[in-house]
Write a protein that binds this ligand. Structure first.
Ligand code: ADP
Ligand code: YYY
Ligand code: MG
Length: 191
């Protein structure tokens, strides 16, 4: 049986940064839904490239059939058993699509949630953009849309996992190493 930890939090809350540290310490495979979508968009023969670019630039959530099949392929190709799925499920469509396709073959261990004020997250994303992230959505116009989507579509998913007692909430408005010391407590408890 494969094991999954979902990693949620606003854009810029530090999901990718913390996932890297988890990989080094706990040997999970890190799969970022956003990274997989950007990779798919970059393929010259991708059927979905234009759609993905439109959704990303406008801060909308790509239809789950696309994202879930990218995740499923990456999980199968890895040949591994423990996965950090970063930035997913971000909407009701994501959650339903995942449950339909994957819930029978995957055990959800818990959901890591990085809590961080919006102004701090926006500042981090703008800094990431001006440092040359090359991302078409690290600008103020896209960020406004991304946060609207986060509040409207993703917060209900976070509440859902809270009600299932699966949410592990971390204060992400601190130095990355301090954040990680709390992340470690969660992973040690799950061993
Ligand atoms: N705890 C932190 N304090 C300050 N900056 C951070 C912290 N964690 C990450 N960052 C920086 O903020 C930006 C967004 O972090 P990232 O890990 O990519 O977040 P996400 O994947 O949630 O968007 C990156 O440029 C990263 O280097
Ligand atoms: N489950 C997902 C995850 C990301 N996306 C798209 C829409 C998101 O705004 C972009 C970027 O996501 P990504 O997780 O890389 O962004 P952050 O790390 O939160 O800054 O990708 C999606 O459509 N569905
Ligand atoms: Mg990220």
């Amino acid at each position: 049986m494969k094991n999954v930890v979902f990693v949620l939090g606003a854009p810029g809350s530090g999901k990718g940064t913390q996932c890297e540290k988890i990989v080094h310490n706990y040997g999970y495979v890190h799969l970022s839904a956003g990274d997989l979508l950007r990779e798919e968009r970059a393929k010259p023969n991708s059927k979905h490239g234009e759609l993905i670019e439109d959704y990303i630039r406008n801060g909308k959530i790509v239809p789950v059939e696309i994202t879930c099949s990218l995740l499923k392929d990456a999980m199968e190709k890895s040949g591994r058993e423990h996965f950090l799925i970063d930035g997913f499920p971000r909407s009701d469509d994501n959650l339903r699509g995942w449950n339909r396709a994957m819930s029978n073959e995957v055990n959800l261990q818990f959901v890591l949630y990085f809590e961080c004020p919006e102004d701090v997250c926006v500042g981090r994303c703008l800094k990431r953009g001006s440092a040359g992230s090359g991302r078409s959505d690290d600008n103020m116009e896209s960020l406004k849309k991304r946060f609207k989507t986060y509040v409207n579509d993703t917060m209900p998913i976070i509440d859902h996992y809270q009600s299932l007692n699966l949410l592990r909430k971390i204060d992400a408005n601190r130095d990355a190493d301090e954040v990680f010391s709390d992340v470690k407590v969660v992973f040690e408890a799950a061993k």
